[in-house]
Write a protein that binds this ligand. Sequence first.
Ligand SMILES: *Cc1c(COP(=O)(O)O)cnc(C)c1O
Length: 362
Amino acid sequence: MNLRIPGPTPCPEEVLHAGARQMMNHRGPEFAQILRRVTDGLNWVFGASSDVLSMTASGTGGLEAAVVNTLSPGDRVLAVSIGSFGDRLRTIASTYGADVVSYATEWGEAADPAEIARRLDEDPSIKAVLVTHNETSTGVTNPLEAIATEVRARDRLIIVDAVSSMSSVPCPVERWGLDVVVSGSQKGWMVPPGLVFVYMSERAWAANAGAKMPRFYFDAAKARDSLAKLQNPWTPAMSIYYGMDRAFELMRAEGLEGIFTRHEAVAGYTRERVKSWGLKLVPTDERFASNTVTAVWWPEGVDGKAISKRAREEFGVVLGGGQGKLDGKIFRVGHLGWFTREDIVAALDVLERLLQDAKAAV
Ligand SMILES: *Cc1c(COP(=O)(O)O)cnc(C)c1O
């Protein structure tokens, strides 16, 4: 199977085997060592000098944790959305009673840092900005560093969904001045779903002290206090930690620069290849095209779902579809985490052939 959806992503055999290890006491010394090593690995990838928290959940749980640990009901927040994951983050904030101001672009576009700056200047009561780093639904990566610069200059909090970017493309949380940053195990980390990672800056911890949104399972202060004892507050997804411990060995061997370069190079190849067939990318400005997932419009008159079905059933290539209003209109090729250029070449070879078949039939 050539699994080319943008998460869950394929895992190396040795990571899967590491995850098959027998259970141990999650409050014992052996697990403490694993948790220490995995946390060191997270700090390395995030570029964090304080410990990144890990919690047992899928990525959405981490987004919920980010919101409830820093905000109070009634707090005004600017929710920047460029696609379905940005919409999700906005919905979490409004569900917990934030006073949400929305800045949404057309899907396919990136957010404009100057527009964010303008809205913050216009409304000094905005306490935090919610933003997606890499919008997996449209294959667009926001100019996060530039956005963070504007938010920092105005001294608001910046809460970032980096679920499908962190570990695959640069996102150094301290260098860029980000406050709360969330990622999830099943995207670029080469491990199965089950863990989320939450970085909180000093500013975020200060906000946490006064944050009144209800929380229990995802209480970051509890997670931090337990981590000081090298434990989790609750029983964690231990098998995922076993796998991550191994995955970090592979990541350290490749090096962060090596990982980023591989993603950039293969993403560039993917874009050039689909454009050479006359197809159009979903990102309207290629400068913001994602290096972890490529989103492409199906050509006019072609039954994309039928092509995806053939790719899966006849060739074992599993493509991502469109989410929400893009259902049936686009396909997505995930190239994040554990993949080689050959995996992507093979998937695109199949797609090219099926597209030719479909066109011949028209
Ligand atoms: C995958 C993803 C999530 C989290 O989704 P889960 O299904 O809860 O893991 C959040 N944001 C982005 C940008 C994602 O790609």
